[in-house]
Design a protein around this ligand. Structure first.
Ligand code: AMP
Ligand code: GLY
Length: 419
């Protein structure tokens, strides 16, 4: 098969690494790719990942059999629809289905209509009405922009003042913040369950836990994710069964009832407390960094599974998993998720690999022959080992030999599961 991968972050590096192991793979391209993905695929930088027409003609030109889409923006932008119209198969959901991430209001109303457990909410397009409602409810309370805001459109307000200010902050998200959702605060422990689906059958992947806050002990600002581990023990057998039967399956069925066939990866962000899981959010794609710990534990052929999702032939497929644990520590630029410097030289990758780590590139580029930083999240240092403890120790041994100026990482990835 000829495959085209869209994206260039750590998630896409992990996808490329896994796809490249498939005996089905022939030619492999990535747009835009990254210095890490370049080890597996020809990276094409002169086509933009949001230019649907150019992507379709590239796929036709290169006789691509499957386009694998990493990030949410091209899905929300209808890339799968135009590819399918041109007779090209894609792993990823169509534009209508991508609303589950692209519009918080769409997702919340779907859950309410079909009794899928989530936080109580109200929708506002007038800031004054939102503020009045918040004053009545009190804090803690959660304020969300309706549309995509690069992971920054959610404010968990601990005080009434913070909540009222958050309403003003929604304006800074442009059109995404024209409508806002005000949500009940949910207490508990978070976990991510990703699932492959062809719109009928659902194959949940092993559960992972992300670390969203910038600093140790879940302090500091929300980020795209500072590290992850899998499997996450908080998702025991009972919770996993509940998530499949009460959340994932009903959601795919709800979409079907609304005339939408969901194919691709459905990501359920969960809040778990007292043996019950509630939905925090859905994403219409693989999680990042979760993918960087889930795929190293997958023993099955991912390309075969993705093709089955795209073709609607997942019914007879299964996934086998390694019994090991995986950990990913994100090495980020100093200052992230706020302003940070770029173009700083990165050293120590060869040494880190010799210590048994996989290094997924999240935000790097080549300047001549030199690898430099080019994003907020720079590297995902990932290890697997028979136990979580060993995987954590191995990951941090590798992290310690990697250097760039201002590097910042959390020192407590997986600490909750090790307690
Ligand atoms: P989201 O982008 O919706 O995943 O929100 C980002 C983060 O905000 C989540 O991972 C949670 O940590 C937190 N969050 C969102 N909604 C709620 C809620 N209703 N209660 C508590 N925390 C929340
Ligand atoms: N790790 C959070 C996300 O992928 O949205």
């Amino acid at each position: 098969m000829n495959v085209l991968l869209i994206g260039g972050g750590g998630r896409e590096h992990a996808l490329a690494w896994k796809i490249a192991q498939s005996p089905l793979l022939e030619k492999f391209f990535a747009i835009p790719g990254s210095p890490g993905i370049a080890a597996f695929a020809e990276c094409v930088e002169n086509i933009s990942a949001d230019d649907n027409a150019a992507l379709v003609s590239f796929a036709v030109d290169k006789a691509i059999d499957l386009v694998v889409i990493g990030p949410e923006a091209p899905l929300v932008n209808g890339l799968v629809d135009v590819l399918n119209d041109a007779g090209i198969k894609a792993f990823g959901c169509n534009k209508a289905a991508a609303q589950i991430e692209g519009s918080k209001i769409f997702a919340k109303r779907l859950m309410k209509k079909y009794n899928i457990t989530t936080a109580a909410f109200e929708v506002f397009d007038n800031p004054d009405d939102a503020r009045n409602y918040i004053r009545k409810q009190g804090a803690p309370i959660v304020i969300k922009a309706d549309g995509l805001a690069a992971g920054k459109g959610v404010i968990v307000a601990q005080t009434l003042d913070e909540a009222l200010n958050a309403v003003d902050e929604m304006k800074t998200f442009g059109a995404a913040g024209n409508k806002i959702v005000v949500e009940e605060f949910m207490d508990g422990e978070e976990a991510s369950v990703l699932a492959l689906t062809d719109g009928e059958k659902i194959l949940p992947l092993i559960a992972a836990q992300d670390h969203k806050r910038a600093l140790d002990g879940d302090k500091g600002l929300n980020t795209g994710g500072m590290g992850a581990y899998a499997p996450a023990p908080i998702v025991d057998e009972a919770i996993a069964a509940q998530v499949e039967e009460k959340i994932l399956k009903p959601t795919i069925d709800a979409l079907k009832a609304e005339g939408i066939i969901y194919r691709g990866c459905l990501y359920a962000g969960l809040m778990i407390k007292d043996g019950a899981a509630k939905v925090v959010e859905f994403n219409c794609r693989f999680g990042d960094p979760e993918t960087q710990v889930v795929l190293p534990l997958m023993e099955s052929d991912l390309l075969e599974l993705m093709t089955a999702c795209a073709e609607g032939s997942l019914a007879d497929k299964k996934i086998s998993w390694s019994k090991s644990s995986a950990v990913c520590v994100i090495m980020a630029s100093g200052g992230y998720p706020k302003a940070y410097k770029k173009n700083l030289p990165i050293d120590g990758l060869t040494k880190a690999k010799s210590l048994g780590a996989m290094i997924f590139h999240a935000g790097t580029k080549l300047k001549g022959d030199e690898l430099v930083t080019s994003g907020g999240r720079v590297l995902g240092v990932t290890t697997t080992a028979p136990t979580l403890r060993e995987a954590v120790d191995k990951a941090y041994r590798a992290v310690e030999v990697i250097h760039f100026d201002g590097v910042h990482y959390r020192r407590d990835i997986a600490a909750r599961a090790l307690k």
